[in-house]
Design a protein around this ligand. Structure first.
Ligand SMILES: [Zn+2]
Length: 416
């Protein structure tokens, strides 16, 4: 296989395949040809002739789709049984190396863009733009309260209006792409409470206002109904999890569901799980999960904008390439399979501010492309039969293999 160079002007690459899902439509386009120049797609057509002198890669009957976009990952968490402890044991350089491995895992699984919603010490910012890694949109350490959810990541702010404005200001200075704020407690942090807000409505509003003043979006980790309501009222651009978690169950008031839909506050649904023998979500999650799915379905029916944010890295069932499992749960929420594929490509790209160059196979867009064996719209399982991945025009080594697995040996691209 030819690997295009990304420095200087190399030869054009022309990918020929059986079908194409372009990230926006519902129907597959037959006999596509996608022409790549360096890191960019320059032409897409059905039954087109390859430009003279281009290197042609013939993928036979494979389907091409845009590289996947995960709106919520944690590169710093290593998807082990104790990701928090593992990170605590690493110094910054060791953590950085683990984050690189996490990024490579994502890429091999077709996830070519990730939004990292919580690292330690702003480590993810230094990985942006590195070859061999996904495109990274980075929040740095989430803004939280003293002792609050994920306080150990270093993002503690004084829980006052001045305190959170200063915290946002520090992140602006560091050059983050988005602000993540912990509006409620969370499962990964003993001593915090998922069913309770962490900030007062006024303080949350100040954080959002300060971020918007600097042109940054805010997405709020919000489990508790009160935290969800406060984040929406504060004008947060997005919500993560949105479980409506109460002390003993969940409670999603109809008017709050309608408000989220009406305000166009993006719902980052925590979907996608890789079955691991002997491993299940904790009992308090398991008991609530059917109710959370039902409430997310109500959000979908109310017209809310829903994307998949897997929370990759936080557990063994959430490896960094888990996003291709997300459509299974999105269909439970009421998505059709084509809608689900849009949610993890073009819609996700738009939500994280990269709708102009990610999530579509179209001229002018980044050459982030996934080739799978089969029709991913008619047969969801095809998404797991990865034949090749390109990230910004570069072929990803060992595409389709998961850590600890041998690289896929089943059908490789055939040269015809
Ligand atoms: Zn998270």
């Amino acid at each position: 296989m030819t690997t295009p160079t990304v420095t200087g002007r190399g030869r054009l690459i022309a990918l020929r395949a059986g079908w194409l899902f372009d990230g926006t439509g519902s129907a597959l386009i037959p006999n596509p040809l996608v022409v790549i120049d360096g890191g960019t797609i320059v032409a897409v057509g059905s039954g087109m002739v390859a430009p003279q002198g281009a290197d042609i890669i013939d993928l036979g009957g494979a389907a091409l789709l845009p590289g996947l976009v995960d709106t919520h990952v944690h590169l710093a968490f290593d998807a082990s049984a104790d990701p928090v402890g593992a990170l605590a044991d690493r110094d910054d350089e060791q953590a950085r190396q683990a984050m690189i491995r996490a990024g490579q895992t994502a890429l091999r699984g077709g996830v070519t863009t990730v939004r990292d919603l919580g690292d330690r010490d702003y480590l993810s910012l230094g990985l942006r733009g590195q070859p061999g890694l996904p495109t990274i949109v980075a929040a740095g350490p989430p803004v939280t309260t003293p002792g609050g959810h994920c306080h150990y990541l270093g993002g503690v702010a004084e829980p006052t209006e001045a305190g959170v404005r200063a915290a946002v200001g520090e992140r602006v200075e560091r050059g983050v792409d988005v602000i993540k704020i912990m509006a409620s407690g969370g499962n990964l942090t003993p001593g915090t409470h998922q069913h309770l807000p962490q900030f007062t409505p006024e303080v949350l509003r100040a954080a959002v206002d300060e971020a918007h003043r600097h042109g940054l979006q805010v997405t709020a980790h919000a489990h508790a109904p009160g935290a969800i309501a406060d984040a929406v009222a504060a004008g947060a651009d997005g919500l993560e999890h949105v479980s409506f978690w109460t002390e003993d169950s969940v409670d999603a008031p109809a008017e709050l569901i309608q408000l989220i839909a009406d305000r166009r506050t993006v719902v980052g649904a925590t979907v996608g799980m890789v079955p691991v023998p002997g491993l299940m979500p904790p009992p308090e999650v398991r008991a609530r999960l059917p109710l959370i799915v039902a409430n997310t379905r109500r959000l979908h029916e109310a017209g809310a904008q829903i994307v998949a944010g897997t929370d990759a890295g936080i557990a063994p069932i959430k490896p960094h390439d888990v996003l291709r499992q997300a459509p299974d749960m999105l269909r439970e929420i009421g998505f059709g399979q084509a809608d689900a594929l849009r949610a993890i490509t073009s819609v996700a790209a738009g939500v994280i501010g990269l709708g102009h160059r990610k999530g579509r196979i179209a001229p002018g867009f980044d050459a982030d492309i996934l080739a799978v064996d089969g029709d991913p719209v008619a047969e969801p399982g095809a998404l797991h039969r990865i034949r090749a991945v390109w990230a910004r025009g570069a072929a990803v080594p060992d595409a389709g293999s998961r850590p600890g697995e041998a690289p896929a040996v089943s059908p490789r691209p055939a040269v015809r």
